[in-house]
Design a protein around this ligand. Structure first.
Ligand SMILES: [Zn+2]
Ligand SMILES: [Zn+2]
Length: 203
C-alpha cells in the first residue's frame, strides 16, 4: 500500500536520507478511525481459558486466542473518524521526523540489487554468526531446486525498515543476499561482500 510517508526518504550518493513527512499517526489527514476496547467475551476478561484434556483429570489453562491474553478486545470503527491524538488534528501536515524504524519507500527498495548465494553444506559456526543479523528467514522447502530467477522473484524484498538496509550513517547495503542453505533460505542486506564467508555466488 502506498502511503504519504513514501516521500520521507531519498538516496543521495549511496546514502539513505531520512527526511520529514506528515504526522505519522494519521498520515496527514488529522483524523483516525475510532477505536474502542471492550471486555473479551470468550474469556470474560480473564485472559485464559480452561481446556479439557483427553481425560477429565487433565484440564489445563491456556491463553485466550481471541484477546491474546489481555482480557479485552479492541475494535476499530472505520466509519467513525476521531481527532488524531498525536497531532490533535492541528497542523497534521507538520513535518514529522522519520526514524530508522520507518519503512523504506517502495521506489528505493525496488532499486536494490539482489544476489543469490548457494551453500550446499552445513554452515560452520562463524558462518552462522556472519548471517545472524539477517532477520528474514523463509522455510526453504524445495527452494533449493529453484532457479536463481525464481528465487529472486520469490524472495525479493518488497519492504524494509531504514535500519535494516542501511548503516547508522545512512550507507545503503551493497545488495540483498539470498542465501540458499540446506534447510532454509536467509535473506539479508550485504554491506561488505568481502566479509562474507566464501559462498558460491550463483548467477
Ligand atoms: Zn479473551
Ligand atoms: Zn495526526
Amino acid at each position: 500500500m502506498k502511503s504519504k510517508t513514501d516521500t520521507l526518504m531519498r538516496v543521495v550518493n549511496g546514502k539513505l536520507q531520512i527526511g520529514l513527512g506528515p504526522c505519522r499517526c494519521c498520515l496527514g489527514s488529522g483524523t483516525v478511525a475510532k477505536k474502542t476496547k471492550s471486555r473479551c467475551d470468550r474469556c470474560l476478561g480473564r485472559g485464559e481459558i480452561l481446556c479439557n484434556g483427553p481425560r477429565s483429570m487433565s484440564a489445563f489453562m491456556r491463553q485466550c486466542r481471541k484477546c491474546g491474553g489481555s482480557g479485552d478486545v479492541e475494535t476499530t470503527h472505520h466509519d467513525k473518524q476521531v481527532k488524531c491524538r498525536r497531532c490533535l488534528g492541528v497542523n497534521s501536515q507538520r513535518r514529522d521526523l522519520g526514524s530508522r524504524q520507518s519503512t523504506v519507500p517502495e521506489c528505493i527498495v525496488s532499486r536494490l540489487r539482489h544476489r543469490v548465494y548457494r551453500v550446499q553444506r552445513e554452515l560452520k559456526p562463524w558462518e552462522e554468526e556472519a548471517l545472524k543479523g539477517f532477520s528474514t528467514t523463509f522455510d526453504a522447502g524445495h527452494s533449493r531446486s529453484y532457479s536463481s530467477t525464481k528465487l529472486l522473484r520469490r524472495h525479493r524484498v518488497s519492504y524494509a525498515s531504514a535500519g535494516h538496509i542501511s548503516q547508522e550513517d545512512g550507507t545503503l547495503c551493497r545488495h540483498i543476499g539470498i542465501f540458499v542453505l540446506l534447510n532454509k533460505v536467509i535473506v539479508g542486506p550485504v554491506f561488505d561482500p568481502a566479509k562474507l564467508p566464501d559462498f558460491k555466488k550463483a548467477r
